[in-house]
Design a protein. Structure first.
Length: 305
């Protein structure tokens, strides 16, 4: 650990999967992106704790191994690890024909990272007046796909159907867009001492994930009009008859990472994150409240329509 540049390191570990997004990968024969998703879901959970990912392992379970499909998935994992700056050190492949249907497979990922002792997030000085920055997502990422699959099915579409909201790609291609990996930008801002807390916006959306990193007596007042929502979410809401509040509870709705910074640091943090390639939006502020931390989202009329 000291050879990696740490003086007094604390180890952090995470584990996650890709969920039923895998069904789309299997049914379309496009497996590379879910390998990236698997890494992203783990390393994004590491970096919100202030940790730098060190290495990653996978568990690949299937009925009978299709080498070509597995090679695509592993190539995606390798690309995800390259983006995150960590090593793919190994994993386990299990063949279980009595458990999985022919052609099906499941994935689990495990990541280990490190942080200097005393630099873990969230910081204890989070307070009313702090600013919430949102980093754009690349799409649906890897949550809510049971609902996504139902909406697509009930709309009578297939994965090869043309997108009404994206003239360049098919429905399957848009939905399989890999999860964005936020490691390098967040570490750059964290090393400058700018980040008080960060939340990876996965299942539960902003209302379910941001409160986890906030102290009691704080409310995150979020303005849903402060960032552009990718068209896929408007299509899902409209086609599936899903309310705005339910969309916010299930999906990231265009914000894949929320970052809390002091008001005096908001501009500098935005500059650093933007220089690292992120689209950054000032989406809200922290205000005083009572009881457990929570998120209150102001949704303008016509949002997602």
């Amino acid at each position: 650990m000291r050879a990696a540049g740490f003086t007094d390191p604390v180890l952090v570990a995470t584990t996650d999967g890709v969920g039923t997004k895998l069904k789309i990968a299997i049914e379309t024969g496009r497996h590379h992106g879910v390998g990236i998703d698997l890494v992203a879901m783990c390393v994004n959970d590491l970096v919100v704790q202030g940790a730098e990912p060190l290495f990653f392992l996978d568990y690949f379970a299937t009925a009978r191994l299709c080498v070509d499909h597995a090679a695509e998935v592993i190539a995606g994992m390798a690309e995800g690890c390259r983006i995150a700056g960590c090593a793919l050190v190994g994993g386990e492949t299990a063949e279980m024909p009595g458990l999985y249907a022919a052609g099906d497979y499941d994935l689990a990922g495990f990541a280990v990272g490190a942080a200097e002792r005393g630099t873990l997030l969230p910081r204890p000085d989070i307070a009313p007046g702090d600013v919430v920055l949102g980093l754009a997502s690349s799409g649906v990422h890897a949550n809510g796909f049971s609902l996504v699959r139902r909406i697509v099915s009930e709309a009578g579409l297939g994965w090869s159907s043309a997108c009404s909201w994206d003239g360049e790609r098919t429905v399957g291609e848009v939905l399989l867009e890999p999860t964005r990996i936020y490691v390098a930008p967040l570490l750059a801002a964290h090393r400058e001492g700018l980040i008080k807390a960060a939340a990876h916006i996965t299942g539960g959306g902003l209302p379910g994930n941001l409160p986890r990193v906030l102290p009691e007596g704080v409310v995150a007042a979020i303005n849903a009009a402060s960032w552009p929502v990718p068209p896929v979410f408007a299509w899902l809401a409209r086609t599936g008859g899903v309310t705005a509040q339910e969309m916010l509870r299930v999906f990231n709705c265009g914000i894949g990472m929320a970052v809390v910074v002091g008001p005096a640091d908001a501009e500098r943090a935005t500059s650093i994150l933007s220089a690292q390639g992120e689209k950054v939006f000032r989406i809200g502020t922290l205000v005083a409240g009572e009881g457990p931390a929570r998120v209150e989202v102001s949704v303008p009329a016509g949002w997602l329509t």
